[in-house]
Structures are given as C-alpha cells and as structure tokens.
Design a protein around this ligand. Structure first.
Ligand code: CTP
Length: 399
C-alpha cells in the first residue's frame, strides 16, 4: 500500500556531505506520488544545487527567509502549514543545536519553530560530534519536544572515520515514514487521554503532600500516542518536563483538579492513568501559612480514585482503560487485585522500590497484567521505548 499518495512533504536539507542522499529521497517521494517542497539551508547550497532539487521535485526550492518573492508566494508560516509532515535530512549538529534553543535565524529554523506538524530528523555527522554530550543534550531536548529521530547508522564515514553518525539510507527513511503514515491513517480519528505526574495536596498556601513521581513515563506515553496519530490529551500534575508540542496539555495541581479535567476531556477511545495521584488530601486547608509554634494535627480524607470512577462509568468509559500499579512488594498479587477491583483492561505494574527503574529514572521495567490473557513482562528499557511498546499494543488491541 502506498501511504504517500498526494502527501505533502516539506524536506529541509542541511549542509553536510550526506545531502547528496537527499536527492535520492526526493526521487523516492516523487515515485510514490508525494508532493515535495524543499528548503536548502545556506550551507546545503554548497553540497547540492537548487537546480538539481527543482529538477527532481518539480517544485520551487526555498532558501532565503527574507526573499520578498518567496514571502509573497508562500510565506514561512504557510510553508509550515502546507506540509503533512516535515523531514530534516540530513540534520546537522548545528541545526540540531539551533532547534534545541528555538533559534530562528534562517528560513529552515523559522519554519520549524512555527510548525504545528510532526517533525522527523535524520541526523548525519562525524562520530565524535554525534557522541559529544552537547549534541546528546540538544537531541534529548528535541525528543522531549516530540520530534522524531531516524537513525543515524553505524558505518564508514565520508571523513574516513568509523562509527555512529551516518545518515540512514533513503529507502529506510521512506519505510520509517511509511509506517508512521500507516498508523496515522489507522488512528487519526482516535482520541487518547493520559494522566501523568504527581499531585500536590495543599496543607496551607506554601506546603503540600506529594510523592516522588516525575511524570516521565506518562509524558512519553502521550508523545508516542500523538506520534501514532491519536488526538491526545495529557493531564499532568506538577513536573519539570518540557511541554510536548501538538497535544492538548492540561496542567493541574490536586487530585480533584485532575479528576475534573479528566471528566471534561472524556470520552476517548483509550485512557492511560499513569499519574501517581495522592490517595489523601487535607481536610481543612489553612488559608494562611501555619506558624511553626503551633502544634498541628493533619486530618486527611480520601481523594476520589479517578481510574476507578472512569472505568466503572457507563457512558464515559473509554474502550481501553489502562491503569498503572506502583508497588514495593507483592507486585503480582496487588496488580491483579487492582486489575479486577478497578475494572481495568490492563494494569502496567512496576516495582518502585528499585530506584534504577522507579520514580524519576529514565528507565522502567514493567509487567502488564491483561484482563483477558496471560501477563507479560517487558524487560528494562528507556521509558521512551517502553511507551512505544505499550502504544504498539494499544494499537493492535484497538484495531
Ligand atoms: N489512581 C487514580 N486516582 C487515585 C489513585 C490512583 O486514578 N486517587 C490510579 C493511578 O493513576 C494508577 C492506579 O490508580 O493508574 C493505581 O495507583 P496506585 O497508586 O498504584 O494504587 P492505589 O490505587 O492508589 O492503591 P495503593 O496506594 O493502596 O497501592
């Protein structure tokens, strides 16, 4: 099946030796009946010519932000709106750095900053540059924004060195994008809701009770759902995480606010409750800061269980309801209990007593307990990859 038929691709070519491969990319897109508009950065002009790009794409090539002719025909905002998705290939270390800071000093970076579309990068650079902590840090920021990275690959480099940093072959980039478009087509009418992070239950205006949740797993799940075509709402307690582009992000403090926001954004096709919601709230929140010379006795009352409420609701219950279980002991027994008591389709259980995979870590190791089949253990991996694995399973269940 050709997923590229009449798709609009905005290709940004940066200045690197791998730029010659992007001509092959244009040829492959055109063969699949996609429309391709191309932006060449200033340095890309030194590796490929606008003439060769125009000849292959049969479209105008854009280079200069302040070109009055371009701006009158199609300005940088319209260009970013025109595309179904944007591919930066090759993406150089310099462009990755600029995008991570939101620099917009040329047409390519301005279009990206103004874009509301899915953005893919196929990096290409020398192995030392690829491995440099500055590049890794910049790349992580782009991933946090929800940009998707294809490659790079390991191999002999144009500079004579060997290692990771080669741009992924055009055929493989096309396959990656084809899978993405396939999922978008399948899932584009589907909605997802994710809860993430801790909640803050205030004692007085300056103090609260909370827990160690970082929100990382929930954010990664929301990102992966969005990248697979779901219209995604993320309801998040307070975290230090970067907001994700192109999703409905709702920030809350308390469990009550999370509950209200959840009800407001249902029904959806799938809901994943990964938030570590505080089980208790303070009965009488003090209006003014409590002075320390006062003896205090906190009276707690139970918060409403959001997952339990939604999964037992007749009209609001999504087709797939997934709960999380944060356990320090008796993981299997407790998770199975939550699965049935909270009427979930799955419970994703993790052992939060292990700090290498628990709250705050970039890694996770979980067991998924299903309502209708045997449980499944997923070994330790990055939370981003785990999110992709979970979303893969959601898609196969929904379809
Ligand atoms: N949950 C919720 N609302 C609450 C408490 C929990 O939606 N007020 C959800 C969590 O988001 C998670 C699941 O319920 O998906 C299980 O949360 P967990 O903290 O593991 O268990 P609890 O139900 O709170 O029970 P316990 O603390 O006794 O383990």
């Amino acid at each position: 099946m050709n997923n590229f038929e009449n798709k609009k691709v905005l290709l940004i070519i940066c200045g690197g030796i791998a730029a010659y491969k992007s001509l092959e990319l244009i040829r492959l897109f055109k063969k699949k009946n996609a429309f391709v508009k191309t932006i060449l950065t200033k340095n890309a002009n030194k590796f490929v010519t606008p003439l060769s790009v125009t000849s292959l794409s049969q479209e105008k090539v854009y280079t200069d932000l302040f070109d009055h002719k371009n701006e009158s025909e199609m300005d940088h905002i319209s260009l970013s709106r025109w595309a179904d998705f944007i591919l930066i290939a090759p993406a150089t270390a310099n462009t990755i750095s600029k995008l991570s800071y939101g620099t917009s000093d040329d047409l390519a970076s301005t279009v990206i900053l103004a874009s509301n579309k899915n953005i893919f990068l196929a990096p290409a650079m020398n192995v030392r540059m690829w491995e440099h902590p500055a590049n890794k840090k910049n790349l992580q920021k782009l991933k946090d924004f929800g940009y998707q990275i294809i490659g790079p690959e390991i191999g002999d480099m144009a500079c004579g060195e060997y290692g990771e940093g080669k741009m992924t072959d055009p055929e493989d980039i096309i396959n990656h994008l084809s899978n993405y478009l396939n999922n978008i087509n399948k899932n584009k009418k589907l909605k997802a809701l994710v809860t993430a992070g801790p909640t803050h239950e205030y004692i007085d205006p300056v103090r609260y009770i909370s827990n160690k949740s970082s929100g990382k797993q929930g954010y990664e799940l929301a990102k992966s759902l969005k990248n697979n075509g779901f219209e995604t709402t993320l309801i998040t307690g307070p975290t230090n995480l970067e907001p994700i582009l192109d999703i409905n992000l709702i920030k809350v403090n308390s469990a009550k606010e999370m509950f209200d926001a959840t009800l407001k954004n249902l029904p959806t096709d799938v809901a994943i409750f990964s938030a570590a919601v505080s089980d208790w709230k303070i009965q009488n929140v003090e209006k003014n800061k409590i002075k320390k010379d006062k003896n205090i006795n906190l009276k707690l009352e139970k918060n409403i269980d959001i997952l339990d409420y939604v999964s037992k609701h007749n009209s609001l219950r999504p087709k797939i309801v997934i709960g999380f279980a944060a356990e320090t002991n008796n993981l299997t027994e407790n998770s199975k209990k939550k699965l049935s008591q909270k009427n979930c389709d799955w419970i994703v259980a993790n052992d939060v007593s292990d700090s290498s995979i628990g709250f705050g870590s970039d890694f996770n190791e979980v067991t998924i307990f299903y309502k209708n089949k045997e449980h499944e253990k997923i070994s330790k991996m990055k939370k981003s990859l785990l999110a992709e694995k979970i979303v893969e399973r959601v898609i196969s269940q929904i379809n």
